[in-house]
Design a protein around this ligand. Structure first.
Ligand SMILES: Cc1ncc(COP(=O)(O)O)c(C=O)c1O
Length: 376
């Protein structure tokens, strides 16, 4: 059976975890955490990167830093993972869902302005499949209306929009290092902060409301309770696992892009014949091979294809159920405008196996089976 996902593993992880243990500092902000943060800062060009326990927690920190309060509204796509909404709803905000573009599955930048009210405080964008949203337009709208922009770049590490790393364009960017992501530490994430003015508050938030980060740097002689906060910093053992992959990030990225291209080239004839649709990468976007999906005619055809692939030893999956149709989405959010594409396109998406250790032969076999299903 070809799995849908296999967590990335390069071979050095166990050695680095052993080193973390031998350093006798396995809690947060040990040497591997610092190495990972510096690496991300250099690679992306962000002002500050703080490793977190998850992308969900990075999003929660972003909501706290943006001072989201009860009654505020946050604009976001409905086609996303629950965490995009949860982080803001936890602070008492209403999620205002806007339709997606059918070509990228990202929020439709042309439908955002109609959703702005006097209560709107932020726009949370999601770079689906590591393909950038139309950030120029989104940043322009945010500037005009004085709104925060939070980038849910859970799937976006090593991808860029017009030369800028995803996660570094808005006020705050959030990466995920969950085991399903291109680079992983089991559970984990990172908060990217564009404006250095937020760094001190973010460090305090992440360290239970204390200035322990300053204390560890020798900047204060004792640490104290400075503000509200929580515990958002991961163990150094998890960071050690991640660092092994960051060292090989370019290679991992190249392999994933090669598999992605392999699928694309092999399945192009099916798209040309009008049987399926393939992903679209807008000009100016460089993606990271996070995901390869196809779009079937409809839900029924997708269900049949999932079964056919399973019978042939291939695990394929669908993706998000639109949040506005879920019980919590109905309670905590509202859809603004018409749901022209969110539900329809979400029912057509089928994700094919994609992971670092997926071989060229496996990718070829999967494409062959998809074609066989369509009688080609
Ligand atoms: C778009 C998006 N946002 C947030 C998350 C949450 O990430 P994490 O599991 O690291 O909290 C995910 C995870 O799949 C995601 O796809």
């Amino acid at each position: 059976m070809i799995s849908f996902n296999v967590p990335p593993y390069t071979g050095k992880e166990m050695e680095y975890i052993r080193q973390a243990v031998e350093n006798e500092k396995i809690c947060g902000d040990g040497s591997f955490t610092m190495k990972c943060s510096r690496w991300i800062e250099e690679k992306t060009g962000t002002e500050k990167c703080l490793l977190t326990t998850s992308c969900t927690h990075a999003l929660e920190m972003a909501a706290l830093l943006a001072d989201i309060e009860p009654g505020d509204e946050v604009i976001m796509p409905s086609y996303t993972f629950v965490s995009t909404a949860d982080a803001f709803v936890l602070r008492g905000a209403k999620a205002v869902f806007v339709d997606i573009r059918p070509d990228t599955m990202n929020i439709d930048e042309n439908k955002i302005e109609a959703a702005i009210t006097e209560r709107t405080k932020a726009i949370a964008v999601v770079h689906y499949a590591g393909v950038g949203c139309e950030m120029d337009k989104i940043m322009e709208i945010a500037k005009e209306h004085g709104l925060f922009v939070v980038e849910d770049a859970a799937q976006g590490m090593m991808a860029s929009y017009k030369g800028k790393a995803l996660g570094t364009i808005g006020d705050f960017g959030c990466f995920s290092f969950h085991e399903t992501k291109n680079y992983s530490m089991g559970e984990g994430g990172a908060l990217l902060i564009r404006d250095g003015g937020y760094v001190e508050k973010a460090e305090i938030l992440r360290e239970k409301g204390t200035d322990r980060s300053k204390y560890f740097r020798g900047q204060v002689d004792k640490y104290r309770w400075m503000n509200y906060g929580s515990s958002y910093l991961p163990s150094d053992m998890n960071a050690a696992y991640l660092y092994a992959q960051l060292e090989l990030a370019d290679e991992i990225n190249e392999v994933r892009l090669a598999r992605w291209k392999n699928y694309y080239d092999n399945l192009k004839s099916l798209e040309d014949a009008g049987k399926i649709e393939l992903p679209f990468i807008p000009e100016g976007c460089i993606h990271n091979g996070h995901m390869f999906y196809i779009k079937t005619k409809d839900l029924e055809e997708r269900t049949a294809l999932i079964h056919f692939l399973k019978e042939n030893g291939i695990l394929s999956v669908f993706h998000y159920v639109p949040l506005h149709t879920a019980p919590a989405g109905i309670r905590f959010g509202r859809f603004c405008g018409e749901d022209q594409y969110t539900t329809r396109e979400s029912e057509r998406i089928l994700r094919l196996p994609m992971f670092y250790k997926l071989t060229e032969e496996e990718a070829e076999y999967i494409s062959r089976k998809v074609k066989e299903f369509y009688g080609v």
